[in-house]
Ligand binder design. Structure first.
Ligand code: SF4
Length: 421
């Protein structure tokens, strides 16, 4: 198999792994490693099938080479197209091959970053190869842009330390929120072996005092060596949603624990799509609306000062797929409304449907100058005024409003990131 063919095969395998929020991808045929081999490449992938377009944490659209070091694997995760023993073409790139081809793509202006994951052929051996690839990319070819490196299950402390030095973001996929759920998905994996590397990476980041970047560097090519790497974009993880029978409450409780205790920067929720000739091939695909609601609820945990126990779960611990979780919470708590926009603290403004963190801060700044009296004033400040109208007063008066309808956005049209919920 020639190098181009290997690049195509190994990148198709990785292209749905959620390293950053993807725009408009919810209707793709599954996401994550488990879906890749069964999914049709999307239109436009023919020329450069190994390139994914992603949105960075600061909202820029970037072309990323998302690729596996190898699609061979000794594990037998029940959802995965690359599980051991499944009859599919496998490929492997040496560190030299992968780094050289990445450099060529970067110099040709085709890609601006690298996301590197892998099947497992011995954790130590595979991590050695992945780190050797990134070392070549960084030190031999001098690349200073975005690198996201996956930590394999059970990775040792030395590998974690080197990964944190070299990559801008490191991640380890938990796949499931509890050991029991993980046993359904991946009998060979242990949750402790997945959480442990995340905690160790977070501790290293904390010790080195790395500044998590909130803004893009002005020019990645001109960054000094000290500016790249050091896991400055933090750590992330991913869950497979659906086939283990886990509840949304379980997923979000584990995510909240990781946000609070392990310094997690981002959790990804990947709706399951069955793959032929795997033990879960008969399991139903997960409704993409569920993934979307999980992203919205996760956003509430990270940016809206919600605790997971406040989220509007039903008796089975699920969010309602047809309703925005922030609206569902507001409708279940009429005693908290209306909120007077000219007097409420930010924490109360954030509970109003249609007012997000940016708009809440803008409201607090603007009302120091003059009272806000019209819905138009809120619109100018970035709020979704029509959505907020039923839940607020403006200078003591209720603005005109209709009773809110359940809110439905096209699944992940905003990558779960952009809505002012
Ligand atoms: S470890 Fe599991 S999910 Fe990862 S490639 Fe191997 S079988 Fe697939």
């Amino acid at each position: 198999m020639d190098t181009r063919a290997k690049l195509g095969l190994l990148s198709q395998a990785a292209c749905y792994d959620d390293c950053t929020a993807l725009e408009g991808d919810a209707l793709a045929a599954g996401r994550g490693l488990f879906a890749a081999a069964g999914a049709e490449p999307r239109a436009g992938r023919d020329l450069f099938p190994c390139i994914s377009h992603v949105t960075t944490p600061w909202g820029e659209r970037k072309a990323i080479l998302k690729i596996l070091q190898t699609s061979a694997c000794e594990n037998n995760c029940n959802y995965c197209a690359f599980r051991a023993g499944r009859d599919i073409p496998r490929a492997h790139l040496t560190p030299d091959e992968l780094a050289r081809n990445f450099d060529l793509m970067y110099r040709a202006g085709v890609v601006e970053g690298l996301f590197l994951s892998s099947g497992v052929v011995g954790t130590v051996r595979t991590m050695d190869e992945m780190l050797a690839t990134v070392e070549l990319v960084r030190l031999q070819y001098g690349f200073r842009g975005y690198v996201h490196l996956k930590l394999l299950p059970g990775v040792d402390a030395a590998h974690i330390a080197r990964a944190v030095e070299l990559a801008d973001r490191v991640s380890a996929n938990l796949e499931a929120p509890t050991p029991e759920r993980l046993a359904v998905l991946a009998p060979q994996k242990r949750l402790a072996e997945l959480i442990g590397p995340l905690r160790a990476a977070a501790q290293l980041i904390h010790q080195q005092g790395a500044q998590i970047l909130r803004r893009p560097p002005s020019d990645a090519r001109r960054l000094t060596p000290a500016a790249w790497g050091h896991a400055r974009l933090g750590i992330s993880t991913q869950f497979v949603v659906g086939p283990a029978g886990e509840s949304d409450r379980e997923l979000l409780t584990t995510a909240q624990m990781l946000y609070r205790e392990a310094g997690l920067a981002r959790a990804y929720y990947s709706a399951f799509s069955p793959v032929r000739n795997t033990p879960l091939e008969a399991a139903p695909p997960t409704d993409p609306r569920r993934e979307h609601r999980l992203y919205q609820a996760d956003w509430l945990l990270r940016y809206y000062q919600f605790d997971v126990e406040e989220l509007p779960f039903d008796a089975a611990g699920q969010l309602r797929p047809e309703v925005d979780p922030k609206l569902a919470w507001a409708q279940a708590h009429p005693e908290r409304f209306p909120v007077e926009v000219n007097a409420a603290p930010v924490s109360e403004l954030l509970r109003v449907p249609g007012i997000g963190p940016h708009a809440a801060r803008a409201i607090v700044a603007a009302r120091r100058q003059a009272a806000l009296r019209e819905l138009g004033d809120l619109r100018k400040l970035g709020a979704r005024a029509d959505r907020a109208a039923a839940f607020i007063t403006l200078a003591g008066k209720r603005p005109p409003h209709q009773l809110p309808l359940p809110l439905w956005c096209p699944p992940l049209s905003c990558g779960g990131m952009q809505c002012d919920l």
